[in-house]
Design a protein around this ligand. Structure first.
Ligand code: HEM
Length: 356
């Protein structure tokens, strides 16, 4: 799985470079982009998220993940929000997104509020970028200056989602390739992985570590034994896939640097989390140690990396469009389909089959 993913990523990178690559330029994005046209865009977005958090403490985590999965596939163009249609194979239904990414309803609520305050102005891609920052801030985390002015794409790329999104069982080398394919370096990989300081993961994404790791008949040796017991309680060997574990076992819904101190004692939930610290000789170990001992260093690095991620492959100027409904391109946005609803909303705990 991991080596085939590595080869797929390598081939993708070559094709990508031959095609000229995604521009990581952010020359046309600006922090003041909506100052005249939608001055309350950030407050409106924050208000909707605050309200959603009252009934769903996980939603901020889900929203930042949507931005990440958007940016890694065709750039930050809102493509992950598009529904299937005659012309679109949605990214939502790609293996690494299906029954896993969530928060589409809240994105729709933000869009509705913004269409009411400033019609046809704020792109869905920018909504995801603002929502990511506000979600971190609302979880007592850090803030950064969000650059704005992205336009929405008119197509989705399901195959790209299969190739470009990392898997929870990738090796550290593969993770580095996946990130470098979009212009992000090893420090970006470690700091952005720190987003796993909040949110949840479903059993199939980590249960391969609990009983028969890599067909050894034993659990993953890098997993803390007390934590192993806890996780086995959540995900019994032959149980259903419905269990959910906090990605950060110490402060589940707070955005802090405990993710990194967890890794130092074998308490990383995903294999890919723990690899950052437990891969022998890896250059990521020092970065984990630094972020664990210095939350300000983590926060500063996280903000920088989020801005870099938010610049991947953006459409600006007259490229793309400002979608009226985040789930539909404007050409399909008339008639019965035009309601502000994403057709696919995932749930917290229904059984599902996850293609890790
Ligand atoms: C380094 C490679 C990464 C891998 C392999 C990975 C994988 C995963 C997996 C498997 C889950 C659980 C999904 C589920 O159970 O349905 C998850 C959740 C999450 N990921 Fe990542 N992720 C990575 C990087 C990132 C980055 C860069 C961010 C954001 C900047 C991020 C933010 C999140 C958040 C916040 C959640 C929890 C979402 C929720 O509770 O709804 N991840 N990730």
């Amino acid at each position: 799985m991991s080596s085939s993913h590595f080869i797929a990523v390598a081939l993708f990178c070559i094709a990508f470079l031959l095609a000229g690559g995604i521009s990581v330029s952010h020359a046309q994005l600006s922090s003041t982009f909506y100052d005249q046209t939608c001055p309350n865009v950030t407050n409106i977005t924050r208000g909707v998220i605050q309200n959603a958090l009252l009934s769903d403490p996980r939603i901020g985590a889900s929203l930042i993940r949507l931005h990440f999965h958007d940016c890694f596939v065709n750039g930050c163009d809102g493509s992950i929000l598009l529904n299937n249609s005659d012309t679109i194979d949605s990214e939502k239904e790609a293996a690494r997104n299906n029954n896993s990414v969530r928060g589409f309803g809240v994105v729709d609520d933000i869009k509705t509020a913004l269409e009411s305050a400033c019609p046809r102005t704020v792109s869905c891609a920018d909504i995801l970028a603002i929502a990511a920052e506000e979600s971190v801030s609302l979880a007592n985390g850090t803030s950064w200056t969000v650059l704005l002015g992205r336009r929405d794409g008119t197509t989705a790329n399901r195959t790209g989602a299969d190739i470009s999104l990392p898997s929870a069982v990738d090796t550290l080398d593969t993770l580095k390739s996946v990130f470098s394919a979009v212009g992000l370096n090893t420090t970006d990989l470690v700091s952005l992985s720190g987003a796993h300081t909040f949110g949840r993961a479903q059993c199939p994404t980590f249960s391969g570590r609990l009983y028969n790791f890599n067909n050894t008949g034993n659990p993953d040796p890098s997993l803390n034994t007390t934590y192993l017991g806890t996780l086995r309680g959540i995900c019994p060997e032959n149980g259903t896939a419905t269990g959910l574990a906090n990605l950060d076992l110490t402060t589940a819904d707070t955005f802090d640097n405990n993710y990194f101190s967890n890794l130092q004692v074998g308490n990383g939930l995903l294999q890919t989390d723990q690899e950052l610290f437990s891969t022998t000789g890896a250059d990521t170990i020092d970065i984990v140690n630094n972020f664990s001992s210095d939350q300000n260093a983590f926060f500063a690095s996280f903000g920088e990396s989020m801005i870099k991620m938010g610049n991947i492959g953006v459409l600006t100027g007259s490229q793309g469009e400002i979608r009226l409904n985040c789930a539909l391109v404007n050409a399909n946005s008339s008639g019965s389909e035009s309601y502000l609803h994403s057709s696919i909303e995932t749930r917290d705990d229904a059984e599902y089959k996850y293609a890790i």
